[in-house]
Structure formats: C-alpha cells, structure tokens
Design a protein around this ligand. Structure first.
Ligand code: SF4
Length: 473
C-alpha cells in the first residue's frame, strides 16, 4: 500500500499526482495522509511519499509541471528506474497539447523547429522518443484532415441511440438490451425527435460539418425506426455542407442488408463494424453474443451495399488474450481490408471486471499482459493495410498505461473522432446519456448533459433542450 501527503497541506495538484502514482503502481489505490506519519504509523505502508512543492513558482501551469516532474523522478527512483512512455502527461488528450504548441508556439522554445519542439516535450514532460514520434505524427495528420472544418461558425451533431442487441460485460455506455426494451423505442424516438427540432432552431445559422449516430448500437433498432431517425435528421438539419455522416453500426449481430440499404439511402458515408477480437472464445467471455463469422458476414454485406469507408474497432488486453491472439485477429482483419481501424486498450471499471469474472473470464492484473507488443502487432498490421495513425486518446485504467489509436487510409480518417478529441468545435448531442459541448470563441468550453435513464429522458426532455439553449445563448 502506498501512502502520500502534502508537506504544506497544499493539495492543488492531487488529481495529477494521483494519476502518476497509479501509472507507476498499477492496481494500487494510494492513500492520502494528513501529515507525515511517524515511524510506527509508516510501518503499515510499503512506501510513504512526500509530494514535492514549489511555492516560489508563481505561474500555476509551471508550478504544476515542476511538481509532476519532481514527483515523477522520485517515483522512477523508487521503482528501480521505471519510466512511463508518456512521461508526466496524464491527461487523455496528449495531441491536443501538442497541436496547441505547434500552432501557437511557446515563448522560451523555438517550437517552429522540430528540434525546439522536441526539446520542449522532453524537458517539460519527460515523454519518450517513441511516443513523441507517434503524437507529433498524429497531430500533424489531424491538422491536415481538419483543414476544411468550420471552427467558430460550424458544429457537429451527435445522436445517441441507447439500445444494443445485448449488453457487453465490459460496457460503460448507456446501452439498454433491445429485447427487453423494444417497447420503449418509439417513445424514446418521439422525445429524441422533439430534441432534434428544438436543437436545429438553436443551431440555426451555423454550418453542420459532421453527423455521428452512436449509442448503444444505432442498428439495434428496426430498419423502419432507423429510417425514421435518418428522415428526421434530414428534415430538421441542413445537411448540404456535411463532410462526414457516420453511423456506428457496431455490433455485427445488429446489421442486416435492409438496414444497410436504409443507411445508404440517407447518404451515410462512414460506418463501423466492430469485431473487438476475431476470437470466438473471447467474444463469449465478454458477453458480446456474436461470432467471428457474423462479423465477416456483416462486413461483406456492407461492402456489397457499396460502403467504401468502413471502420473496425479492436480491443487490446481482453481476458485470455495475448500477442498470439492479436496476431490471429490482425491476420483475419487484413483479409477484410477495412478503411480504418481503431485499436482501444481495455479500460475496465470495477463493476465490469466483476461481471466478466463471474462469466468465467480471468482478467490479467496490471503489468501481466504484453500490451506494448500487442499494440506493435496491431500497428504493423495497420501499416500493411495502408492505414496511418490519425487520432489518439488515453483513458484511466487502461491496459498497460497505453493509448487508443485510430488508423485510416488516406482520405478515410474519421473527422468526428478528431473533433471530439481536439475540442475545437462545438458538438450538439441529442439523446439519453449524451453530452453537448460548446466551444466558445474565447476558448472556453462548456458542457451540458442529457440524463441517462430512458424514462427520465422522456419526462425531462424540455429541461434537456433548455440546457442546450443556455449553452449557445
Ligand atoms: S455494443 Fe458497445 S454500447 Fe453496446 S453493450 Fe457492447 S460495449 Fe456497450
């Protein structure tokens, strides 16, 4: 057990130092102490850490960086020289920081030059050469892909359909199993349609750049219901300048030719067919309730129906999986040749862990899986398929303290994915469990969420709309 305390009681960076501790000691829940313990009290702990303090640094940002660097070095020494690939960067959007440095510069560093920029990242954040290469490559790719986006005068629309064929055991999204909730879909859609109408009025005058229908699994509802959703979007919003229209078909067991034809009819340009793994035994352990064969069938159907921008999601670090399973998954994905591939590292919350274990899964502890090697296999496979990395984000509790990376063929990158990470454009989000984000011209970001519970969503729809009005007032 690790204990820590702030010598001067100033805990302004507690969140940040906790992030570093859990990266150095995965699986530990560090205990905060009110003061330095005496020798006897300290015996309870494997280590007691004093958080460095720099009260003489007046700038808060610099003070935070100095604290994190000093603490990082302390932790590295304590763990026999362990280093973190991302150095002191504990946030979920490392490329956002890099993009802002590349665009705005940093006074004391020559960030316009590659050399100056690299010294900044290494000196200030202790980032490894390998992650720096990856992050800079992605940041530059993002800049290229987003060149045609309307920032101040544009926005993206997210629409949540919170139903799924069944609930995957690791799921942390708002997702109601369709078999039990089929009778609630029409009521949900009528509230959603009202929210669409009012949101279209709120956003009038702005250019709609991208639409993303996610969930849940939007294709879990019937073809007729899907048709109504897409009709309504077309009726209420101006899609004339749309650059991307994504529907996360997601679960292969929800995809039929009829539904794909509905998507095509409405101009959907990008879909996801998500295998997560191409290993039937793992799919069963994680409660996905579909087979590898169904994934191949759904993908082939989508190609037959003319979809030329299909993404596939994979999860790295699933129970019982190691480099060998990843090799096999990649081998099968290569045979399908998707247009983009998103590799997520498994991030399990405690409740999901318990559910998977109850289903017979043995979940490896932190540091027990070779996630770096699995990511290497996935990245090399993506390279062989002609896909380049274009977006990246990190999460808490991720396998191997890694990152999620999206790879795409040139011209097939998911614009919405980048926009949500870079936080440079407003997103109007509709539906239960969604979060709208207003990015104001002065850089301020404000959020408003829609309640997760289906019944409450319907009952409180006027309140959800009012929250959006306030955001873009
Ligand atoms: S398909 Fe996705 S949203 Fe649906 S239950 Fe599984 S993880 Fe959750």
């Amino acid at each position: 057990m690790v204990g820590f305390y702030f010598p001067d009681g100033n805990d302004e960076f507690e969140y940040d130092v906790r992030g570093l501790m859990t990266s150095f000691f995965p699986g530990e829940e560090p205990v905060r102490l009110n003061r330095r313990p005496d020798a006897e009290e300290a015996l309870v702990y494997d280590s007691v850490l004093e958080i460095p303090a720099f009260p003489e640094i007046t700038d808060k940002g610099e003070r935070k960086n100095a604290t994190k660097r000093a603490f990082y070095r302390q932790l590295s020494a304590l763990t026999g020289g362990k280093e973190l690939p991302w150095g002191t960067l504990t946030g979920i959007r490392p490329t956002k920081l890099i993009t802002s440095f590349l665009e705005e510069g940093v006074p004391e560093y020559d960030t316009a030059s590659e050399k100056g920029f690299r010294s900044l990242m290494k000196e200030r954040y202790l980032i490894s050469e390998e992650k720096l290469d990856l992050a800079v490559r992605i940041a530059r790719e993002e800049q290229k892909v987003l060149a045609g986006i309307h920032y101040e005068n544009g926005y993206s629309l997210y629409c949540g359909i919170p139903f799924c064929p069944s609930r995957c055991l690791y799921c942390s999204f708002t997702a109601y199993p369709i078999a039990a909730f089929a009778g609630k879909v029409d009521d949900y859609l009528s509230a959603l349609f009202h929210e669409m109408e009012e949101t279209a009025v709120i956003m009038r005058g702005k250019i709609l750049d991208t639409v993303y229908i996610g969930g849940g699994t939007p294709t879990a509802i019937s073809a007729e219901q899907l048709d109504l959703v897409l009709d309504k979007i077309g009726e209420t919003f101006d899609l004339s300048r749309l650059q991307e229209f994504t529907v996360e078909a997601g679960r292969p067991d929800s995809i039929s030719r009829e539904k794909l034809q509905v998507l095509k009819k409405h101009g959907v340009s990008r879909i996801s067919v998500n295998p997560q793994t191409m290993n039937d035994k793992t799919l069963e352990l994680i409660g996905r309730r579909h087979s590898v064969e169904e994934t191949v069938r759904a993908f082939t159907l989508a190609r037959e129906e003319g979809f030329d921008n299909i993404n596939m999601d994979l999860i790295l670090g699933l129970p019982g999986e190691g480099p060998r399973e990843m090799e096999e998954t990649i081998r099968q994905i290569e045979a399908l040749q998707p247009d983009s591939l998103t590799v997520h590292a498994l991030a399990v919350k405690r409740a999901s862990r318990l559910k998977m274990e109850a289903n017979g899964a043995v979940i490896p502890g932190p540091g027990q899986i070779d996630s770096e090697e699995m990511m290497r296999i996935a990245s090399e496979g993506a390279g062989r398929m002609g896909l380049v990395p274009y977006y990246l984000y990190r999460q808490k509790n991720m396998a191997g303290n890694l990152e999620n990376v999206g790879f795409a063929k040139p011209g097939k990158a998911g614009l919405y994915n980048i926009l949500i990470m870079e936080e440079k454009q407003s997103i109007a989000a509709l539906g239960a469990g969604t979060v709208s984000k207003a990015v104001h011209p002065d850089g301020r970001i404000e959020r408003a969420d829609d309640v997760k519970d289906l019944k409450e969503y319907g009952e409180r729809i006027e309140e959800m709309i009012e929250r959006k009005r306030r955001l873009w007032r």
